[in-house]
Design a protein around this ligand. Structure first.
Ligand code: SF4
Length: 391
């Protein structure tokens, strides 16, 4: 670390979204440019406008945003060697749901910490137990050849991570936030602490975003050298937009293009309205995800993997993939609730929960329409919205 760093360093994790922008503005005003470091954890699954927006922010605020990008080259090389040499077998089991003694009340599934696991809709997932002797699962020679043909580092963190894991993340295994954002941000802060600095980590978390964030504290002591500051816990989305506007800083232009959140394009947890808007405005992104589904599927034992995974009754992976691949999801996003009927009138349907990370590293979906956002910004700001020139 260079001598430029002071004893207390304020690290703001910038995602390109409104909450991290407001947090950055507050940190800069309260602590001064010399004491604040803005970091951006690049997932490789971002919109080009977000990359351009970071440059705009640097010019508008007179700062440098440190880009952090995870690298999985070593893991991929190790995985290739493992697949090539793997002769192990393991078993895959059928399962049955577990009920309380009354035979009716479902027993909730709990994670390693004893917390109840929730599904995409925020409802408890039922506990299951293995049934029968199971089936043997291993890398067949065909699957090995298929995986080894494509499993080469691409330099894109999201794709490399999924190739390494042989699957896409999901709500119950959201390793993307951990590997691409949290570990990068924590690693950066650890380096500062190891160099003898105290760190204050600023997080753009609002309590009204989700249940996970409802109890977020404004100020938290994590360790001897690390504190967390969450200056926005009581703020609303409209107040956050208003704060940026009052400082003459434009929010990410994606907000006026029907995007209710900024971050991965798309996020594995994005809701129907958002996916529909992405497919309509930026069809190149579902096309890229479709290609990723092909590549990541080839890196899995079974040959299939879907970006937006969900429960499916079929055992045949081809059937599951046909129903849940990204293009099938895009078609689903055009239907009304329940997925059966196309609803042309419903433009603000919001039946997903977005990201549930309690670290504030992935922005949550807000049920704000482009009109709400334009209103919050005011007509003049909205008219300048698409320009990325410093105000
Ligand atoms: S949870 Fe969504 S926004 Fe966050 S890293 Fe994963 S895909 Fe990206």
């Amino acid at each position: 670390m260079t001598a430029l760093y002071r004893r207390v360093i304020h690290v703001v994790s910038v995602s390109g979204g409104k909450d991290s922008l407001a947090t950055l503005l507050i940190a800069l005003e309260r602590c001064g440019h010399a004491n604040v470091i803005a970091i951006f954890c690049d997932t490789g699954n971002e919109h080009d406008l977000t990359y351009a927006y970071l440059i705009y922010l640097e010019q508008a605020l007179g700062i440098t945003i440190v880009r952090l990008k995870a690298d999985f080259r070593e893991q991929l090389l190790a995985k290739r060697a493992f697949i090539a040499a793997d002769v192990r077998t393991r078993r895959e089991y059928d399962t049955r749901p577990v009920f309380e003694a009354d035979g009716k009340t479902p027993v909730p599934k709990r994670d390693g910490r004893g917390n109840i696991v929730l599904n995409k809709k925020g409802k408890p997932v039922q506990k299951t137990v293995k049934v029968g002797g199971g089936r043997r699962v291993r890398w067949s020679n065909k699957a090995k050849r298929r995986a080894l043909a494509v499993m080469h580092p691409t330099g894109n963190p999201f794709l490399d991570l999924c190739m390494w894991k042989g699957r896409f993340p999901s709500r119950t295994a959201q390793f993307c936030t951990e590997e691409l954002k949290r570990n990068m941000a924590v690693g950066f802060q650890l380096e500062l602490m190891e160099a003898g600095h105290r760190v204050i980590s600023w997080q753009g978390v609002r309590r009204d975003e989700s249940q996970n964030r409802a109890d977020a504290k404004k100020w938290e002591r994590v360790g001897h050298r690390l504190r967390i500051a969450r200056p926005l816990v009581d703020a609303t989305a409209a107040q956050v937009f208003a704060l940026a506007q009052s400082r003459g800083v434009q929010p990410n232009p994606l907000y006026l293009q029907d995007m209710s959140r900024v971050g991965c394009m798309p996020c594995i947890n994005c809701n129907k309205a958002e996916l529909r808007a992405i497919a309509a405005r930026f069809p190149e992104h579902p096309a890229r995800i479709s290609e990723w589904e092909r590549i990541v599927g080839q890196c899995s034992k079974h040959g299939y993997s879907t970006f937006m995974a969900d429960a499916h009754p079929a055992k045949d992976r081809r059937v599951v993939f046909a129903d849940l691949n990204i293009w099938a999801r895009v078609e689903w996003s055009k239907t009304s609730r329940g997925g059966r009927q196309r609803n042309l009138l419903d433009d603000v349907e919001n039946d997903g929960l977005g990201c549930s990370s309690s670290y504030g590293l992935c922005e949550q979906s807000d049920a704000l329409s482009a009109q709400d956002i334009a209103k919050a910004l005011g007509a003049r700001a909205a008219s300048n919205f698409l320009s990325l020139e410093p105000a």
